[in-house]
Write a protein that binds this ligand. Structure first.
Ligand code: SAH
Ligand code: TYD
Length: 407
């Protein structure tokens, strides 16, 4: 295969096997037509980008019945309020009325709502029409399109250039990142900033959180890779801010080369990445072995629970869980159902392994013996909410950073 960024010839370092669309929750009538692809991660030793060999077409993942609504986590609502405030305080100067901020992948308006509230000129670019519709309820102007150079050019014609192009948990979804860089070049004012955050490769390698790898995540970034991806388009990294969200993320800040000062964190974090070996192919061989260990441990705990006659349910029908369930071969025989608060996922079945997804009330009204925490990235929020489950003897299985039973 060719590297998606620099066209260097590379090869996958492992396979997670046949995978369905991670957010493709389905009804029994749809089982026979379910789409599958091979989930094969690869590492490019030239531009240092971690990527998938194959990804389903964007239109198969992002459409008018997209299942992920950002507002399902209260913690993320606060996070985006803080993110927006930080952008305003550190990267937007001048009077609110003259400013223009564009967000790629604005989903239900969780971030832009905070700009809209302060009367700051903004536009969300969001191809999934159902989540975009939700954003409009919060006063967020949204364009239902994929962001690419054509979209960027149309925005400039209609609204002019932007002060900031921001994003969260979407850059890593976009196969044509060169198109994003070209779009940013067109859209941003000469002193404009490109700011995005995504699940961080350093955290994934450290915690063996291989469930970050699924169809939507065609890339998992490091600072070393991001610097290489955007350099050909005249951008440089000027700041890096590690985040706790999604089990360990990184916020990347870029501007046109020489336009803004570069903070010390850029060289510091890149040096840390080199000490962790993120630039070396052997790191990914080690990661592959760790994934195999994690899989064996998880399956063995679930089989033990089953043999002991204990009821196990999943908590949070996350996209991430699709990789775990399909890679580990875990089906309804080991997990009775998965509880989730998102209405569009409820009363459907999980992609590939077809475990029923049930409303949260099914969990709270009839506790199982054990809950497998698929939404481990929201662990603090969920543990706080589920004190009563734990207090009456409920146990948790977590699989990150290693598989274990809590409680
Ligand atoms: N930013 C939100 C949503 C992340 S999910 C958050 O962090 O919670 C990713 C979102 O990006 C989805 O809503 C998806 O429809 C959208 N998306 C995917 N590809 C895109 C593209 N090329 N341009 C703009 N948005 C895109
Ligand atoms: P999340 O981990 O944010 O994302 P991803 O799909 O990218 O892996 O998904 C959280 C899922 O967990 C979402 O479907 C809502 C669900 N959820 C609950 O059911 N209860 C909760 O208390 C929380 C925080 C999330």
């Amino acid at each position: 295969m060719k590297c998606r960024i620099c066209q260097h010839e590379i090869a996958p370092f492992m396979s997670f096997g046949r995978m369905p669309i991670a957010n493709g929750f389905l009804t029994p009538e749809q089982f026979k037509d379910e789409y599958f692809f091979e989930l094969n991660p690869a590492f490019c030793d030239r531009c240092l980008t971690f990527q998938l060999e194959e990804q389903p077409a964007p239109e198969a993942m992002f459409h008018d019945h997209y299942a992920f609504f950002s507002r399902t986590s209260k913690f993320m609502i606060t996070h985006f309020q803080e993110y927006a405030e930080w952008v305003c305080d550190h990267h937007l100067t001048g009077d609110g009325a003259g400013l223009f901020v564009v967000e790629i992948g604005s989903n239900d308006g969780i971030m832009l709502e905070n700009f809209a509230k302060h009367g700051i000129g903004h536009l969300g670019v969001e191809p999934s029409a159902n989540v975009a519709e939700e954003a409009r309820k919060y006063g967020v102007n949204t364009l239902v399109r994929f962001f690419n150079p054509d979209t960027a050019a149309d925005i400039v014609t209609e609204y002019g250039q932007a002060d900031a192009l921001i994003a969260a948990n979407v850059m890593c979804h976009i196969p044509d990142l060169n198109g994003i860089a070209k779009g940013a070049e067109l859209l941003l004012k000469p002193n404009g900033v490109l700011i995005f955050e995504d699940p961080y490769l350093g955290a994934m390698i450290e915690k063996t959180s291989y469930d970050q790898i699924y169809d939507e995540h065609v890339f998992i970034f490091s600072a070393l890779a991001v610097a290489n991806i955007f350099a050909p388009y005249g951008f440089e990294l000027i700041d890096l801010l590690p985040q706790h969200t999604h089990g360990g993320s990184m916020r990347y800040v870029l501007s046109r080369k020489g336009a803004r000062p570069v903070t010390a964190s850029v060289t510091e974090i890149m040096a840390t990445e080199k000490s962790a070996g993120l630039h070396l192919p052997e790191t990914y061989q080690k990661f592959r072995k760790n994934c195999e260990i994690s899989k064996a441990d998880l399956v063995s705990i679930l089989k033990r629970e089953k043999a002991a006659g204990r009821r196990v349910v999943g908590y949070g029908a996350t996209s991430k869980s699709t990789t775990i369930l399909n890679y580990c071969g875990i089906g309804p025989d080991l997990i009775e159902y998965i509880s989730d608060t998102t209405p569009i996922k409820q009363h459907k079945f999980t992609p590939g392994m077809h475990i029923p997804v049930k409303p949260y009330q099914d969990f709270s009204e009839n506790y199982p013996d054990t809950a497998l925490l698929f939404a481990w990235n929201h662990q603090a929020e969920i543990m706080e909410k589920e004190k009563a489950f734990s207090a009456q003897g409920g146990k948790w299985i977590v699989h990150v950073p290693e598989v274990k039973v809590l409680g």
